[in-house]
Write a protein that binds this ligand. Structure first.
Ligand code: NAP
Length: 527
């Protein structure tokens, strides 16, 4: 494994190899020395990306697609080694990481197909109307173009799918933007392996070298320098509220403002309407116990809040949930910091007024480190409404059951919730009709609203929305998962009275998307 930083697809020497990866389950150092990046490396990476952008942005779409597919191929070639290293660095089971590997290569191929098909650029053509009175109309043609070098922060909880070659990188490269990745300090080795795979793909497909760089650091200085560099044109981040907002603030201090897309905390409420609880209390309790504890609760869509109305059947739900949670063994968390934070917050919360711990894992893995026990707490609606601390994310296998007296009180609980990535409603059709205003109230709070399901498990497809109102993200108009993620890295550019042969292919008269021209002529016929 090559632990050096990658600047413009070349491994660069540093002063010393001073970073080591840790196995969170054993607390032991893993093999491999990683070099802390210098500020010179930041500047070199951005300058190379700026030069590469000139060619990469106009590269034929088939070549960009071939590059994305080549990255997927190279990652597939090292699949076994990669999954094993990612498991050692994250404490996540091999089977979960094998699935994540498939998602990562699947995302790359999805963006390859999107780019090769081509219509994502939203070409719109309004041809000239020289005879129009009182003034002629010029020929105007518009499409989306890439904005320039993108800085991607690798996330701790998806060492593959939200990291060096994850959805952010795949969508930025697909849009025509070079990428500089800041590796997450929890998985240097996994990041290095994926970085090497991308370098091979750059070489095999003849990409401009500045299209990819990868930098290591164990603090904030390199990340901050990347955000502040004048050639950086956009930033993506998934992690804590404090980390995300620190980067947003940093970007606002720049002379030239840039878009920063941060995904932060979300507690993903589950709303259990009375008939759902009445008809399947036991089934729901089992379903949510599994969802809350999946991957030690370290998913951004983990259901951290369950909202219900008091009833006899809810007592059954509570009892089964308690039994199920007690059977879930404690699990290794991604990092020592995340484990400590979870233990602190999930303990402190039970000291809040009216909060009671009702369930916890009974089985502890004493031989392993950084363990989290699953925990469920209970509070009544009135106490919840009064206490904003209870509305915050506790990252890990934790959920809070909030019980209201009636629908009116449930609506008051919903009113105090902040923006979410997901909201789930468990209900029958009659209830959905009966409580329409509650459903509308919930849709205003979220990017994805799920009916009778679980929020964990995010499908990567064209219709997916993985984003939501603040503080789930800082810009609810965009998604970080699915093919629409590409729209974070583009801007519209209109060509007026441009010569045919100088126009991009997408805007020429014989472009395959000429349908837009006809539609627009119809729309503007009488204007
Ligand atoms: P984090 O602390 O937010 O860090 C994520 C990345 O951003 C790291 O590379 C970190 O660098 C960098 N960073 C953080 N603050 C920065 C700043 N002020 N300036 C420059 N760079 C900065 O997230 P984490 O390490 O993954 O986990 C910590 C907590 O984040 C968790 O306990 C959890 O609450 C939350 N989290 C939430 C989600 C979610 O999807 N909702 C996902 C993951 C984590 P360094 O690590 O080198 O300092």
């Amino acid at each position: 494994m090559n632990g050096r930083n990658i600047v413009a697809s070349e491994f660069v020497a540093g002063n010393e190899a001073n970073l080591r990866a840790i196995n969170p389950a054993t607390g032991l150092l893993l093999d491999g020395d990683f070099v802390k990046a210098s500020e010179t490396a930041v500047n070199d990476a951005l300058m190379a990306a700026t030069i590469a952008f000139k060619n990469y942005r106009v590269l034929h779409k088939d070549k960009k697609a071939a590059f994305l597919n080549a990255i997927a191929d190279e990652i597939t070639n090292i699949g076994e080694v990669l999954v094993s290293r990612a498991s050692a660095e994250s404490g996540l089971p091999l089977a979960r990481l094998q699935g994540e590997l498939g998602r990562t290569t699947g995302q790359l191929r999805l963006f390859a197909n999107l780019v090769a098909e081509g219509s994502w650029v939203d070409a719109v053509i309004d041809t000239a109307m020289p005879e129009r009175q009182p003034l002629p109309r010029p020929d105007i043609r518009k499409m989306l173009v890439p904005i320039g070098p993108v800085v991607v922060f690798g996330a701790s909880n998806f060492p593959l799918a939200f990291s060096v070659a994850g959805g952010d990188t795949a969508s930025a490269l697909a849009s025509g933007c070079p990428v500089i990745v800041k590796a997450h300090p929890a998985h240097y080795g996994t990041s290095a392996l994926v970085g090497e795979a991308i370098v091979k793909a750059v070489e095999k497909t003849g990409m401009p070298k500045g299209v990819f760089s990868l930098l290591f650091d164990d603090g904030y200085s390199i990340g901050s320098a990347l955000v502040l560099h004048p050639q950086t044109k956009a930033v993506t981040f998934t992690g804590s509220y404090h980390g995300g907002m620190a980067l947003v603030k940093l970007a606002q201090e720049r002379k030239q403002p840039i878009p920063v897309f941060v995904e932060m905390g979300s507690i993903n409420p589950i709303v259990l309407l009375p008939n759902a609880i009445k008809n399947k209390a036991e089934e729901l309790a089992k379903k949510y116990a599994a969802s809350i504890t999946l991957g030690a609760g370290q998913f951004c869509t983990n259901p951290g809040l369950m909202l219900a109305i008091s009833s006899a059947e809810l007592e059954t739900f509570k009892q089964v949930l308690t039994d199920e949670i007690s059977k879930v063994p404690s699990a290794t968390m991604l990092t020592e910091g995340i484990a400590k934070n979870y233990a602190k917050l999930s303990t402190e919360i039970t000291a809040e007024d009216g909060v009671e711990l009702i369930a916890a894992s009974a089985v502890k893995n004493e031989s392993l480190q950084n363990q989290s026990e699953a925990r469920i707490a209970y509070v009544d609606a009135a106490k919840f409404i009064q206490n904003p601390k209870l509305h915050e994310e506790i990252f890990g296998p934790y959920s809070l059951l909030v019980v209201s007296k009636d629908i009116a009180e449930l609506k008051k609980v919903i009113a105090v919730l902040e923006g979410q990535l997901t909201v789930t409603i468990m209900a029958d059709s009659n209830e959905l009709q009966q409580y329409q205003s509650l459903v509308h109230q919930l849709t205003d709070k979220t990017g994805r609203i799920i009916l009778n399901g679980v929020p964990t498990g995010v499908e990567v497809c064209a219709a997916m929305q993985h984003g939501g109102p603040f503080p789930a993200t800082n810009d609810s108009r965009f998604t970080s998962v699915g093919s629409s993620a590409i729209y974070r890295f583009v801007r519209p550019l209109a060509y007026q009275d441009w010569e045919q042969e100088l126009l991009p292919d997408e805007l020429k008269d014989d472009n395959p998307f000429g349908i837009f021209r006809m539609v627009n002529q119809l729309l503007t016929k009488d204007i």
